[in-house]
Design a binder for this molecule. Structure first.
Ligand code: CTP
Length: 424
C-alpha cells in the first residue's frame, strides 16, 4: 500500500484501523479499491466494510477527522468526505438473500466472509484488514488473487447471474476494461442468462444505470462489441445490431473524444451521451422513440437525443453547404457540447470538423475589442454595438482579422464604408 497509494491516504487507513480496534469492531477495505490496488491501477475510491455498525463507525471517524458524513440509514451505508478530497464509502457487513430473480435482495447484518460471498466476481471479493494488529493482511477466500493473476472473470456460484442479471453487463465491463477474459463456465452461465427473460424484465432504472456505466467506460466500443457476442444489444433495442458501420462510428466517437480530452478538457462533458447518440443514430426513428421511452435518462437528455436523431441529418446537410466558419458557428453555437462532438464524429470531412471545433476554443471566437473600446473610438452607444461586435466576431472566425490593430482597422472601415448604413 505504501508504494502504491498516496501517503496521506495510507495514514487515513491506519487511523481507521486504530479507531476500529478502540471500538471493538473490524474494518476492511474491499471491492474495486482492493482489486485495483493489487493490479497497480490508480483507484482512490475507498470502500470500507465494518463488521459491526458501519454508520456509527463512519460518524465516529468523521468526527475525529472533522470530515463531512452523509448517512443512508435505509442501506446501512455512509460516505465520509475528508478535507484533503479523499472519500470513504462505509458499509455494514451484510448477508443478502434473493426472493425472486431480478428482485432487490433482503439484507441482514453479517460477517466479512458473508459480505464477500454475496459479491459478483472473485476479483471483487478481496479485502484488506485495517485493524491495527492485522493491518494490510489480504482476505482471499474465493480465489480472487489467483483470478487476478490468470486475468479471469469468474462468478462465485452458478446462480450469480440469476440473482442479479445486471452482472452480465458488469462482467463484460470488467473483462474489457482490465483486458481479462470470462472463464469458460462463467461465459456459459452468461449465455444462458442472456437468453432468459429476466434480463428484459430489469427495471428501466437499473437498465439505464447499467447502460450509462457501459457507455462511460474508457472504450465502450469493445464493451458493446462483446455485449453483441452475447446478443445483449437487444436489451437496448431489439433492432440494434452490431455492424461495421456502427463499429466505425463508435471508433470515430472515440477519436473525437480523445481530441476533446487533449484540447478542451476543462469543458466537462458526459461521454456516455455522445456514445448514446451514436447508438441511436443507427436506429430508425420509431425505434429511437421506443428506446427513449423505456430508459429513464434525465428528461432534458431524452428530448435532446430525439432532437438530434430527427434534426441531425438535415443540419449536417446544411453544414455541408455553409462555407464560412462564421456561418457554421452561428448555426451550431447553442447546441450542447455532446451534440457537437457527435456531429464531429459523424461527419467525415476534416475541414467540416475543423469548423465545428472552433466552438470548443472560445478564445479564437472572441473579439479583442469590447464595448468600451468602441466608445473610445467614438461610436455612439446603442444597439449598433452588438452589430459591430457580431461583425467583428465573424471577421475573426473567418480569419479576416487576427490582431487588435486589425480589429480597429476593421471597425474604422466598417464606419466609413457604404455598409455603415446597417450600423446606424
Ligand atoms: N457488486 C456486486 N453485484 C453488483 C454490483 C456490485 O456484487 N451487481 C459488488 C462488487 O463486489 C463490487 C462492489 O459491490 O466490487 C461495489 O460495486 P461497484 O462500486 O459498482 O464496483 P467496483 O468494483 O468498485 O467497480 P468500479 O471499478 O466500476 O467502480
Amino acid at each position: 500500500m505504501k508504494d502504491r497509494l498516496p501517503a496521506p491516504l495510507v495514514s487515513l487507513l491506519h487511523e481507521a484501523g486504530e479507531l476500529a480496534e478502540q471500538h471493538r469492531v473490524r474494518v476492511y477495505a474491499v471491492g474495486g479499491f482492493v482489486r485495483d490496488l493489487l493490479l497497480g491501477v490508480t483507484n482512490l475510491d475507498v470502500d470500507l466494510v465494518v463488521e459491526g455498525n458501519g454508520i456509527a463507525f463512519a460518524r465516529t471517524f468523521a468526527r475525529k477527522r472533522q470530515a463531512r458524513v452523509t448517512v443512508h440509514e435505509r442501506f446501512g451505508t455512509a460516505v465520509v468526505t475528508l478535507e484533503d478530497g479523499f472519500k470513504f464509502d462505509v458499509a455494514t457487513a451484510r448477508t443478502e438473500s434473493y426472493d425472486s430473480p431480478a428482485a432487490l435482495p433482503t439484507v441482514k447484518q453479517g460477517s466479512i466472509k458473508e459480505d464477500l460471498a454475496r459479491r459478483d466476481f472473485t476479483i471483487n471479493t478481496l479485502a484488506i484488514s485495517l485493524n491495527a494488529p492485522r493491518f494490510g493482511e489480504v482476505v482471499d477466500d474465493d480465489g480472487g488473487r489467483r483470478d487476478l493473476q490468470n486475468k479471469s472473470i469468474r462468478v462465485l456460484h452458478p446462480l450469480s447471474f440469476i440473482e442479479d442479471p445486471t452482472r452480465v453487463f458488469r462482467a463484460v465491463r470488467f473483462e474489457q476494461r482490465l483486458g481479462f477474459r470470462l472463464d469458460a463456465e462463467t461465459a456459459t452461465l452468461m449465455k444462458e442468462e442472456a437468453t432468459r427473460d429476466a434480463i428484459q424484465r430489469l427495471s428501466p432504472a437499473r437498465l439505464s444505470k447499467e447502460m450509462i456505466l457501459v457507455l462511460s467506460e474508457r472504450q465502450p466500443r469493445t464493451v458493446l462489441a462483446r455485449l453483441a457476442d452475447f446478443d445483449l444489444l437487444r436489451c437496448i433495442h431489439p433492432e440494434l445490431k452490431w455492424s461495421p458501420e456502427l463499429a466505425r462510428l463508435l471508433k470515430d466517437v472515440e477519436e473525437t473524444l480523445t481530441w476533446h480530452d487533449r484540447l478542451a478538457r476543462d469543458r466537462l462533458i458526459r461521454q456516455w451521451v455522445v456514445y448514446h447518440l451514436a447508438l441511436m443514430d443507427s436506429l430508425p426513428t420509431p425505434a429511437v422513440q421506443e428506446t427513449l421511452s423505456r430508459f429513464t435518462f434525465p428528461r432534458g437528455q431524452t428530448r435532446r437525443t430525439l432532437w438530434v436523431t430527427q434534426e441531425g441529418p438535415r443540419l449536417l446537410r446544411t453544414l455541408n453547404q455553409r462555407t464560412t466558419p462564421s456561418e457554421v458557428f452561428r448555426l451550431l453555437r447553442d447546441l450542447p457540447d455532446e451534440t457537437l462532438l457527435f456531429f464531429m464524429a459523424k461527419i467525415q470531412s476534416e475541414s467540416e470538423q475543423q469548423k465545428i471545433s472552433t466552438l470548443f476554443t472560445p478564445e479564437s471566437a472572441t473579439p479583442v475589442l469590447k464595448g468600451n473600446d468602441l466608445k473610445a473610438m467614438g461610436l455612439k452607444p446603442g444597439p449598433v454595438y452588438q452589430r459591430v461586435l457580431d461583425r467583428l466576431l465573424d471577421a475573426r472566425l473567418d480569419g479576416e482579422v487576427t490582431t487588435e490593430a486589425d480589429e480597429r482597422e476593421f471597425v474604422a472601415r466598417l464606419r466609413s464604408s457604404a455598409s455603415s448604413a446597417d450600423l446606424s
